[in-house]
Each structure stands twice: as C-alpha cells, then as structure tokens.
Design a protein around this ligand. Structure first.
Ligand SMILES: Nc1ncnc2c1ncn2[C@@H]1O[C@H](COP(=O)(O)OP(=O)(O)OP(=O)(O)O)[C@@H](O)[C@H]1O
Ligand SMILES: [Mg+2]
Length: 458
C-alpha cells in the first residue's frame, strides 16, 4: 500500500520521527490557540472591570463638580495631570446629551451619545455607561479597541516566541531519542543481513530491548538448526568421499596388480585403460565432493587467521604432485598476511584449484606467479588468451576451455562457489593486464574494488 509522504519506502525511524514531530507541532498550535482564547477573555474581563470602576468612581465626583459649578453651559475639560497616554477616557453628559465634564482625550475618541447603560461595543470603542440622579448625569467611560487588541497580541507574542524557539530543540530531542531507541534494532538488522550461507554465527542478544529479544532468540534457534543441518550434510559429504575413495583406491590397486601379472601387452594395455578411467573417476569424485562441500556453506572460520601458512602447505603439495616447484614464483607476507575469516580448509581447496589450473593450463615453459597480499590472493600464468565470452562461462560446472590438459571442468566452479559462499569476489582476467597473453585469477579478500572490464563472481 502506498502511504502519503513516501512512508511506504521509509524506515521506522523516519515514520516515528515525522509522526512525533508533526504530532507535537499540532498539539503546540492547538495549545497556543486555546491559550490565546483564554488570554483574550481574561484581558477583556480585566479591561471591562477597569472601565466600570472608573465610571463608578467618576460619577460622585462629577455630581459634586457639576453642583459646584456656575450654571453655564460650557464643557469642563479636565487638564491632564502630567504627560501620559490616556487609555480610559470618560465623558459626563446631562439628560440632553450636553457634555458637562470630560477627560483630556475625549474629543479625539468621539464617544457617541445615547449609549445604553452598561457595556457596549462599537466598531472602534468599548464603552461603559452609568446614569445617576434620575438620568440627569450620565457617565460614559471608553477605551479604544485597538489598544485592547494590541495588548492581547503582545501577550500572545510573549507566550508563543519562547515556545517557537523550543520547537526545534524538542524536534532535535525527538530525533535523538528515536535514533537512540532504535539503534539496537538497526544493529540487529545488520547482524541478520550479514548472516548468509557462509556466516552462521549466532546473533549477539545482549542489549536488545524486550520487544526484539524474543525475535533474536528465534533467529538464533533457526540459525542453530540450519548449522546442525549443514554440519550433518557436511559430515555426509565427508563420509561419502571416504566411502567412494576407498573402493576406487582398492580397484586401482587391484588393476595395477593385474597389469604387473598379465603376460601379454595387449591385455596389459586394456588393463591400463581401466587404470586411467579409474584415476579419472577418482579425480571426478574428489572434485564433485569439493563442489558439494563448497555449496554446502560453513565457509567462514569462527576466528579469523592469516592464510599464509595454509597457502605454503598447498604450494608444497601441488609442487610435489605436479613436479613444478621451479615454475612457481610465490610471494607471501612474512607474517602470513592479514587475518581472514575464510575457513582454512575452504581456502586450501580454492588455492589448490587456482594453482593447479595455472600449472596445468598455463605455458609449461614459463613461470606461475602466486601472490598473497593485503586484501587479495592472485594466481597468474602465461599462455594463450581466453576469449571474453568463454571467460564469462568458465565458472559454470563442467565448462572447459581450449586446453590439452585433462580435467573435468569443475575447478573454477568450486572456486566460484567458495567465493560466493564466503562473500568474496573472484575475478578472472585474460590476458593479464599490461601483458599480451596469460590468465589471472584474483580473489578479493577485503573490500578493495574490482577492476573494470574483468569478470567478477560474487
Ligand atoms: N590458469 C588458467 N590458464 C588458462 N586457462 C585456464 C586457467 N584456468 C582455467 N582455465 C580454463 O578454464 C577451464 C575450466 O577450468 P576448471 O578448473 O573449471 O576445469 P579444468 O581445470 O579443466 O578441470 P578440473 O579443474 O575439474 O580438473 C579450463 O578447462 C581451461 O580451459
Ligand atoms: Mg581446474
């Protein structure tokens, strides 16, 4: 479902952050509006009471003043006591509406006549009228409405500004709180993401909130079950290898014995072809088991260790079997190289296949370079260039190139399966960059970038 504001694609953190921020802003606006309305009513009450108070105070004074005056018709204007703004203005009129007494600002306000007793609001004034002596003296106090509105506005502004300044701080607080609270979830997600066919370590459950801890426990139980299944599969593979190896070896031994015992060349040749077929079968079963193991997972070691010692061992084995010790130019860091979490057995199979290939398919008169360095393992050999379209297919099982050497076409498929399972990149290049011929297989053990124009396997 498509939600507004792109929520469908957004994270829980963003949803919470935006939701809380929007909720806070709406509440703040609602609270400000209510506060404004209450403030306005209170201000009205205070100002109205002041108007009434002034009118009631002036009434007896005006009465005394009018009695004491000569009976003329002139209006007496009260001189201001000192310079000040007159907020409440008054006028005292007689029954005919003639002004008898008025404050200094009364002319400016033009207080209308015949106002009803009590409070009254015109378009510019708020007035209070009180009559005495049977309606012969009428006092009207008035206040400019703009003054009242300005007072409310000033009070509202004083109320809202500090809150407006607090809003960004509150939003920042919401953002930080959401981020901090959801951090364990992000760590948990990253931990699950990093679990794959190669990494089946349990997820750390320390520090997880109560809401996610049961989920982590379930995931760990699931990983545990998967580990158990894979281990069973691996032990089945290992047992099968052993079970296959033994009868093939026995058949080979019997065939070799038969060859030595047979009296004529013709039957000896037939027995030799049986021996060759058995050797091929032995190699094929070995490679098939390696492939099954590589695709079965468990390619990461529990504790990272340098790969140098394993590589030394593989090189020793390959040079003994292929008798090519002088062709190999090996470069391994003295300290064994940086620690890698690739399983040592898996690395041995990977290295063995790549080195065997270079020895087997490369130019037999030229050297093979094996290099273990920071973040990469590289095997290069001279020899014919492998066309790009074929290069791209070589990692498929049983795919072979133009070569006179024997093989089943599984070596690179095994190497690619190991790299895929361990999250590494296998890069095949031909010719060797900067050279006219050759073949180079590189395993990127770290996060270094893959050269463009090459074939990379993930
Ligand atoms: N280092 C190399 N130099 C040149 N060609 C190579 C090299 N490595 C592999 N190839 C080509 O890729 C093909 C596939 O290699 P792969 O290792 O999968 O099978 P194989 O070596 O033929 O047989 P297997 O490894 O099963 O004994 C080879 O047949 C060969 O043509
Ligand atoms: Mg091979």
């Amino acid at each position: 479902m498509k939600l507004p504001f792109g929520f469908a694609r957004s994270s829980l953190r963003r949803r919470l952050g935006v939701g809380l921020a929007a909720g806070m802003a709406v509440l703040w606006l609602a609270a400000s509006t209510v506060a404004g309305l209450v403030l306005r009513r209170e201000v009205d009450e205070v100002f109205d009471s002041a108007l009434q108070e002034v009118a009631q105070r002036i009434l007896p004074l005006a009465y005394a003043e009018v009695l004491a005056r000569d009976a003329d018709n002139t209006t007496q204007r009260m001189a201001p006591v000192g310079p000040h703004r007159e907020y409440i203005t008054y006028v005292v009129r007689d029954a005919q509406g003639r002004e008898l007494l008025q404050s200094s600002d009364a002319d400016r306000l033009k207080i209308p006549r015949d106002l009803p007793p009590g409070f009254h609001t015109t378009d510019r004034l708020r007035t209070y009228t009180e009559a005495a002596v049977q309606g012969t003296i009428i006092v009207t106090t008035a206040e400019d409405l703009t003054h009242r509105r300005a007072a409310v506005m000033r009070a509202m502004t004083a109320l809202i500004w500090p809150l407006a300044a607090l809003i960004p701080i509150a939003l920042l607080g919401v953002w930080a709180a959401v981020r901090l609270s959801l951090k364990p979830m992000v760590v948990f997600r990253a931990a699950i993401e990093s679990r794959g066919r190669g990494n089946l370590m349990p997820i750390a459950t320390e520090g997880l909130p109560d809401e996610i801890a049961p989920m982590a426990a379930s995931v760990n139980a699931l990983i545990g079950r998967l580990r158990g299944t894979l281990e069973a599969e691996r032990s089945f593979t290992a047992n099968s290898a052993h079970e296959l190896r033994t009868p093939i070896a026995a058949a080979l031994a019997q065939t070799q014995r038969l060859i030595s015992e047979l009296p004529d060349d013709m039957r000896r040749d037939r027995a030799r072809s049986v021996e060759t077929a058995l050797r091929r079968l032995s190699r094929l079963s070995e490679k098939l088991l390696q492939l099954a193991k590589a695709e079965g997972g468990g390619l990461l070691a529990e504790t990272p260790a340098p790969l140098g010692p394993v590589l030394c061992h593989v090189i020793e084995e390959v040079s003994r079997q292929a008798d090519c010790g002088d062709r190999l130019e090996v470069s391994i860091p003295a300290d064994g190289g940086p620690p890698s979490d690739l399983d040592p057995d898996a690395f041995a199979v990977l290295a063995r296949n790549l080195i065997e290939n270079a020895v087997k398919h490369g130019d037999p008169d030229r050297s093979v370079t094996v290099r273990l360095a920071d973040g990469l393992f590289e095997v290069s050999n001279h020899g014919g260039v492998v066309p790009a379209d074929r290069l791209a297919r070589l990692t498929r099982p049983f795919e072979r190139g133009q070569t006179a050497a024997e093989g089943s076409g599984l070596g690179l498929a095994i190497a690619a399966a190991i790299c895929r399972g361990a999250g590494l990149v296998l890069e095949l290049v031909s010719p060797i960059p900067g050279k006219a011929d050759g073949f180079r297989a590189t395993v990127h053990l770290g996060n270094d970038t893959v050269e463009s124009g090459s074939v990379g396997q993930r």
